[in-house]
Design a protein around this ligand. Structure first.
Ligand code: ADP
Ligand code: MG
Length: 262
């Protein structure tokens, strides 16, 4: 689970529901109030090479682009072109071979591991094609998890998670485990989990890849609504043309570069 990487397996945590919080006791609108807006992201000369079988594969070959605060953009391109690699590197889950990534002017490629882990947890949310929810935990507990890992007060985590889940239409599914949710609902829980700490950058890698057309469309709408409401900068890798044409900006990747900016 990428967003939960810093402190080892989240299943080592005490069970989050030892002090249950009833939805009725929640403070109003935990999705509002202290939204932090979006990050400005600048990528310069970004190179990522993998060594494989004694051969160096240069996947990213010197990318340059900027994301403005609060911008929502898509990344498109053929399978294997390096879209997931770009997201992993942008999300600081993997270090670039060379080049720089600045986040509101701060060079994240220069950060040490401990600071980087905390930075990532606080500032960047991830949604993947597979939801990576923890099966033994409820929707509410899964969405709370990034806050619990940062040792935020359990009640605050529960309030925020419940409000976010309610915001995305899962207010009546808080106590369901992933196996008791539909694919679209599971993916929405993953989105709530990604947003619980109000990240300033949300990275999504084929977030609707496993959903049917209608459910995928609802998920797209949510991205746009949350972008407007929270001001989060959002970058979505997608094969879905409909989603890609909806984003005001598309970054098309080919041959390890961004070849087209629409
Ligand atoms: N850890 C790795 N080691 C070696 N090659 C890798 C690694 N990760 C990705 N690649 C290669 O990088 C290329 C881009 O992969 P990826 O970013 O997953 O593409 P996309 O998401 O656009 O389909 C592929 O050719 C893949 O085989
Ligand atoms: Mg991919």
């Amino acid at each position: 689970m990428a967003s939960l990487t810093p402190e080892g397996s989240p299943t080592n945590l005490a069970h989050p529901m030892t002090t249950p919080t009833s939805p009725a006791a929640l403070s109003p609108a935990a999705t509002e109030g202290d939204a932090r807006g979006g990050a400005r992201v600048s990528v310069r000369g970004l190179v990522k090479a993998f060594e494989h079988g004694g051969r160096l594969i240069e996947v990213l070959r010197g990318l340059d682009f900027d994301l403005a605060p609060g911008e929502i953009a898509s990344v498109v391109g053929a399978s294997g072109v390096g879209k997931s690699t770009l997201l992993q590197v942008l999300g600081t889950l993997d270090a670039p071979t060379s080049g720089s990534i600045t986040f509101d002017g701060v060079d994240v490629t220069a950060m040490g591991a401990t600071r980087l882990a905390e930075f990532r947890n606080r500032e960047i949310g991830f949604v993947f094609q597979f939801h990576h929810l923890l099966p033994e935990f409820t929707a509410l507990e899964n969405a709370m998890m990034p806050g619990l890992i940062l040792r935020m007060p359990r009640r605050l985590c529960a309030e925020r998670a419940a409000a976010m889940l309610a915001r995305i239409g899962l207010g009546d599914r808080l106590s369901h485990r992933p196996g008791e949710l539909s694919g679209g609902e599971q993916q929405r829980v993953a989105l709530a989990r990604a947003l619980i700490l109000r990240p300033r950058l949300l990275l999504a890698d084929e977030p609707t890849g496993n959903l049917d057309t209608k459910t995928g469309r609802q998920m797209h709408d949510l991205f746009f609504e949350l972008n407007r409401e929270l001001g989060t900068t959002i970058l979505i890798v997608t094969h879905n043309d409909e989603l890609a044409t909806k984003t005001p900006r598309r970054l098309r990747m080919a041959d390890g570069l961004i070849v087209e900016r629409e």
